[in-house]
Design a protein around this ligand. Sequence first.
Ligand SMILES: CC(C)(COP(=O)(O)OP(=O)(O)OC[C@H]1O[C@@H](n2cnc3c(N)ncnc32)[C@H](O)[C@@H]1OP(=O)(O)O)[C@@H](O)C(=O)NCCC(=O)NCCS
Length: 169
Amino acid sequence: MITLPEPPRLVPPTAAVRVSYLTGEQADCVLDGRSADWLGPASEDFEGHAAARRGVLTRWGVPSSIYWYVAGEHYLGTLVIRHELTPELAVAGGHIGYRVVTAWRRQGHATRMLASGLVEARRLGLARVLLTCHPDNEPSRRVILANGGQPDQTLDEELRFWIDTHPLP
Ligand SMILES: CC(C)(COP(=O)(O)OP(=O)(O)OC[C@H]1O[C@@H](n2cnc3c(N)ncnc32)[C@H](O)[C@@H]1OP(=O)(O)O)[C@@H](O)C(=O)NCCC(=O)NCCS
């Protein structure tokens, strides 16, 4: 197992993790059976790839912020905060989405990454956030519960939870 040089933290997408990001995402494309074609242009202009993901973007029809979970040159995963809900996101998707690169899973990273994401959500002015997951996604359900998720009504088979973000120190 690789020893990380420092505790991972959420940062805006950065070219500092180029090799680790491309390697991890390519491996996950193979594992998931997804096309890795998008990695070609990302590899050629990685700073452009990262820059296009920084700042407030419009995704899912709402203002959104993308963070990468990073330790030194290592990229471990991505967390997205949607600043608002649409009727669709209120059913599935919620305010916060995340994934950890397969090679880094089952080490508590997603649990800690969401904890950091809740701080960022508070900075964005969100006093409470909605998280959803499919009933089959036990790891994600555990991540949400470990961060204080309070169950709400299940809609369209999607488990839904609210988490109060803590006031900033
Ligand atoms: C869900 C996901 C982010 C979890 O990442 P992770 O870094 O492995 O999560 P953690 O290490 O913090 O583990 C969280 C809990 O799930 C458990 N867990 C993790 N992987 C598991 C697995 N494959 N099977 C059973 N339990 C698992 C851990 O043991 C831990 O349980 P605990 O809190 O009782 O100790 C990761 O599996 C992933 O990226 N999945 C694909 C994308 C996704 O589903 N995103 C969420 C959409 S709602």
